[in-house]
Design a protein around this ligand. Sequence first.
Ligand SMILES: [Zn+2]
Length: 868
Amino acid sequence: MADVRVNAEAPQNPAHTETRREDYRPPDWLVPETELRFTLGIEKTRVQSKLKVERNPEGAPGAPLLLNGDDLKPVGVWIDGARSDDWSMKGSDLLIPLDGDSHEIGIETEISPAANSKLMGLYASNGMLCTQCEAQGFRRITFFPDRPDVLSKYRVRMDADKAQFPILLTNGNPVATGEGDGRHWAEWEDPFPKPSYLFALVAGDLKANRDTFTSMSGRKVDLGIWVREADLPKTAHAMASLKQAMQWDEETYGREYDLDLFNIVAVSDFNMGAMENKGLNIFNSAYILADQDTATDVDFDNIARVVAHEYFHNWSGDRVTCRDWFQLSLKEGFTVFRDQSFSADIGSPAVKRIDDVRTLRMIQFQEDSGPLAHPVRPDSYIEISNFYTATIYNKGAELIRMMKTVLGPKKFRAGTDLYFERHDGEAATCDDFVKALEDASGVDLTHLKLWYSQAGTPHVTARLEQDGGKAKLHLGQIVPPTPGQPVKKPMAIPLKTALIGKASGAEIAPERLIMLEEAEQTVEFDNVGEAALLSINRSFSAPVVMDVERGDGELEKLAASDTDPFARYEAIQELMLRWLAATANGETVDSGAVLQAVGGTLRSNQLDPAFKAEAILPPSESLIGDRMAVIDPDAIHAAREQLRSAIGKELAGELSNAQLGGGQPGEDLSKEAKGARRLRTIALNLLAAGDPDKGAQLAKAQFDSADNMTDRQGALVVLASLDAPEREQALKAFYDRYEDDPLVIDKWFAVQASAQRADTVDQVQALAEHAKFAITNPNRLRSIAAAFGMNQWAFHDASGRGYRFLADLILKADKVNPQVAARMVPPFGRWRRFEEKRAAMMRAELERMLETPGLSKDLYEQLSKSLA
Ligand SMILES: [Zn+2]
């Protein structure tokens, strides 16, 4: 009974067990009510819990009560008020044999927030205390059935030193407070039953930006964004975004906020972006704090997006939660879709779609074609933290988008209304969601459900064959094998398609929705008046790889005239990709069509600057790699540099106009001003590729005169890749100016780790030794590790030093924070795609990491799967 301190992550035993979806069983015991008392301290916190437990009629008859724990030992256990020794430890969990159907269980534990470097459960950050419980952090605070289908009503009392922790916050509403002897306490109650992963607590010396929101039924909601006093002026944008999101959710989904109070807290040490705890969202400070001097337009947009995302979870996640973690996309896919729609509505829909698709292709498509590929609803996991992936989030959102495309907006809304009504207060499944859409719309969605269970990105081929007024569209699809799924069925793929007149540039066959459901399918068009060009997968209606038979001339025409902005963007990008892949393969190809398309885009009077910026930006080196049978990073880099340089030289006049004319006052955050700034920096980037000396001068001038972070950082990014005295001057000036602002210093690290230079590996090695590098802070760690891992040319340096550097960093990080360390593995996972020498070196690093004694199960799972 004494040796109960079992670490669930048992480093000496690498046989970490898998949890499987098909093994789901309802809980044996329910916990309708939970009372928690915290005696808070940084070094030591005492947690007393009182759980009202009831036997679940759907559970196993006579089963004992199993309460999950992680790195905990009980100081005492009480059954119905009497201290009891009748319990045992099963691994790290607490097992209590119980007769009868209803009891009150008391448990006392003691934890050390200061020693909690995993940042899961209750931990200390900059002198404050805060929590992160999703997915399985609550079991690091107290013993509990820590699974999302056990919903409980919480009453929480927090007791703390008043000077050290003047502010005490938790979920729900405050109901009582008191003080004496330098201490104070507060008791809060959350009227909505919730799973333990939504529990939150914050204690610290914080100040609030306060505001109110009047909901659609006239309820006044008090809003608070809590930060350190010095950061208060940087919370205005987050507050405005929150109010905008609350109103949008009422108008778009009919969802109203349900408590009198909504609080957000910003913390500097946080594993994820933010967390939707009921009534008390906890945020990575990067997604709250912004002003024109320290945040870019992208930061401002990300803040609006993440604030909205977490707020939207109040319904899609909190009021209706997930039955088990395999259903994670039920809340995440849907909520990402909701935040994407929100951002599109408040900004530019076409540019937002381009941005979302770029993220999907660069992260999710790579995941889906590698060893870590998994379905949107996975079948098994070793560590659930490893499944907070682009597949669950972004592909999950695409799946919801396809359902909406098939149903149309009205029926989709009727479906979500029914879903919220039917499952309010419940833990639901992805099947429940689809069923609600089907029942409300009368439309059978069975064919789309395969997207939940079948992994891999479908590859679709399309060829248009025209004979006079008749045209035939020949479609085909293949879904490549993925781990555990060697043979695939054809998917249901909604393709928005139109025909564009080759001569007129007009839409000669209006957009229609074609459902590709077979391996091969032919679709006919009648009354086609002139030679037609194929515009397909418009607005990226399906998350697939398209291979369309179209000549460069046809693409050039579509780049200038396609009526769908996304398809127009695709035509330009496709032209560039073809040229880049051919050049990287050693072919000599004419760049005329590419330069024509880019020049025409830049000169267009109809296109807005934000669209121009996205369209003329050459595809990333990793996207070019996806086109090649074997990835050669040096050849890809050389090809991309050649194209950038050609554009910079040939279109110097147009680019100079965009760069010089793009100066906008920093306080102007309209989409027009943001678009002009974005185009300005991309133009600068291309100009510098065409003429590095002139580029360095222009960039330094933009850097020095900038009145906002977008222009300043944009210029710094350009300079960071150049060999010019201006580079060192700007890096030093930037550092000196922002030395005490951690979020901006993160940018300073990331800009250098992303630089396109032959010596970037040396640079990141030096950065990892910098006084301001801290492996314990996830943002700082990511500022090097994530940026460098995405920097294809530098990470895949032919010497293999990039691999060695990142592998060493991952091993170090694993000792501190396994969750964050495991997320640094994916760049290694693509080793099979690279040329022989690099593939061998990557594999060797994976094996070296896997053979290291004492690995966390988080890292073990990612490494072993990457090698499998
Ligand atoms: Zn979320």
